[in-house]
Design a protein around this ligand. Sequence first.
Ligand code: AMP
Length: 113
Amino acid sequence: MDDCLFCKIIEGTIPSTKVYEDDLVYAFRDIAPQAPVHVLLVPKKHIPGWADVRGESDELLAHLMRTAAVIADQEGLGNGYRIVSNCGDHACQSVHHLHLHILGGQQLTGQMA
Ligand code: AMP
């Protein structure tokens, strides 16, 4: 999609620090990390958010989740990590391209909101 920051990162027109890529997904380091490890994992296909996934393939959505675990292993997060995904205004989603935050590398707080 023309006007999407993460589509431009996937295309390579905006630089990123890649940590993983395959045919379906792309992962890169968050520009403003909230933990020692903060990776963003996105589908290459432009999907605005969780409110828009109903028509998407189970294969893609399962692959996205499974790849989060692969990346956590790759990043050495054996002591634990958090997967966060913001959807819509109340959750403060700022980039409207579906993404998972993978956070870890230190003790995270118990707070969810
Ligand atoms: P969210 O607020 O859940 O939509 O998350 C968007 C995330 O994208 C934030 O954590 C930002 O720090 C991150 N972000 C914004 N621009 C970039 C960029 N150019 N490269 C990497 N991460 C970015």
